[in-house]
Design a protein around this ligand. Structure first.
Ligand code: SF4
Length: 292
C-alpha cells in the first residue's frame, strides 16, 4: 500500500535531485573549473555550468540519462509506516518520471522491454539499514548514470596483494574506463570481506559528502593519496585533459578475511545526482519532514 504523503515527498526528492546538483558536488565542480587554465578545459566547464543553469531555469533534468534509481534507507524500527515504504518509493518514481519528465530507462532483463515508468523487477534497487529506537526514516536517492556505472567493478585480491593491490585495481580501472564516465569523477572505494560487500560499500562511499574524510586516519590518507594520484593523470573535464581528474575520492570499509581483501569501485560523473531527506511521524497519523 502506498502512503500518499511519503509518495509525494519521494517524488519531490527525485525532482530536486534531477534538476540540481547537490551543493557539495556543485562546489567541488566550481573549484576544479577555477583551477583550470587551458582554453579547452575552460570551454568545457563553461558548457557544464551553462547546462546546469538552463536545467534550473527550465526545470529540466541536468542530464538526459535518468540513470537507474537506487534508494538507500535508514529506517527506524519505530517508524510507523514501514509497510508502505517500498510501494511509496515505486509510486514516487513513476510520478516523478511522468511529471519532470524523466527518460524511461528501466528495461526488464531477458525480455529487454522498457517498462516506461522507471520501475521494474527489483528496480529501483532499495537498500535497507535498520536503526534501533528511532521513529524516523531517512531516504537517500542516487541516480546511477550508464556511463559512470560502466566503470563499476569489484574483485577479491590474492592474499599477498594487500592495499597496494587495491590501489592498483583502482588506477587500472580508472585509467581504462574513467573517460567513459563523464569526468571529473567521484571515486567511491569499498574495502571488505567479499566482492558484493566491497561493491556495496563503494556505492555508499559515493553518498558521503565531498570534502569529508573517513574518520579512520589510514583510510583518510588513502583517500588523499589516491585523489592526488588520479589528479596527476590529468583526465580533465569530459576526459579531454586538464589539471585534475576527480571531484573527490571516498573510502568506506568493513573488516575482512585474514587471507583476502576485496575491493570495490563505484564511479560518479560530473552530473552526480543524489538527494536525501529525513521524515518522521507527526503524531497525528501523518508524516513530517525533519531534514532535507
Ligand atoms: S555518465 Fe553522467 S553525465 Fe554522462 S551521460 Fe551518464 S548521467 Fe549523464
Amino acid at each position: 500500500m502506498i502512503n500518499e504523503k511519503l509518495t509525494e515527498i519521494i517524488a519531490s526528492l527525485i525532482y530536486r535531485s534531477s534538476v540540481e546538483l547537490p551543493p557539495d558536488v556543485m562546489s567541488a565542480l566550481e573549484g576544479l573549473a577555477a583551477r583550470e587554465d587551458s582554453p579547452l578545459a575552460a570551454e568545457l566547464y563553461g558548457c557544464i555550468f551553462d547546462n546546469l543553469k538552463k536545467a534550473k531555469e527550465l526545470n529540466r533534468p541536468i542530464c538526459q540519462d535518468t540513470g537507474a534509481l537506487q534508494f538507500f534507507l535508514k529506517a527506524g524500527t519505530k517508524f510507523p509506516y514501514l509497510d508502505d515504504v517500498e510501494d511509496s518509493i515505486r509510486e514516487g518514481v513513476m510520478r516523478a518520471t511522468e511529471r519532470i519528465p524523466l527518460r524511461p530507462n528501466v528495461v526488464e532483463s531477458f525480455s529487454e522491454r522498457n517498462t516506461g515508468g522507471n520501475v521494474g523487477t527489483l528496480s529501483p534497487w532499495i537498500e535497507w539499514e535498520i536503526v534501533k529506537n528511532s521513529s524516523d526514516l531517512t531516504v537517500e536517492v542516487y541516480m546511477a548514470g550508464g556511463g559512470c556505472s560502466l566503470a563499476g567493478r569489484s574483485k577479491v585480491l590474492m592474499p599477498l596483494e594487500g592495499y597496494a593491490g587495491a590501489v592498483k585495481f583502482v588506477f587500472d580501472t580508472i585509467t581504462e574506463w574513467g573517460v567513459n564516465a563523464c569526468p571529473p569523477l567521484i571515486v567511491g572505494i569499498g574495502i571488505g570481506a567479499c566482492a558484493p560487500t566491497a561493491a556495496m560499500l563503494s556505492k555508499k562511499a559515493l553518498l558521503r559528502p565531498l570534502g569529508s574524510e573517513n574518520p579512520n586516519q589510514k583510510a583518510a590518507e588513502t583517500e588523499k593519496r589516491i585523489k592526488d594520484g588520479l589528479n596527476s593523470i590529468g583526465i580533465g573535464p569530459l576526459g579531454m585533459s586538464g589539471k585534475e581528474s576527480v571531484l573527490g575520492v571516498n573510502v568506506e570499509y568493513a573488516a575482512h578475511h585474514p587471507a583476502t581483501l576485496a575491493v570495490g569501485l563505484s564511479v560518479g560523473c560530473w552530473a552526480t545526482r543524489r538527494g536525501k531527506i529525513t521524515v518522521g511521524a507527526d503524531g497525528k497519523d501523518g508524516i513530517e519532514i525533519k531534514e532535507c
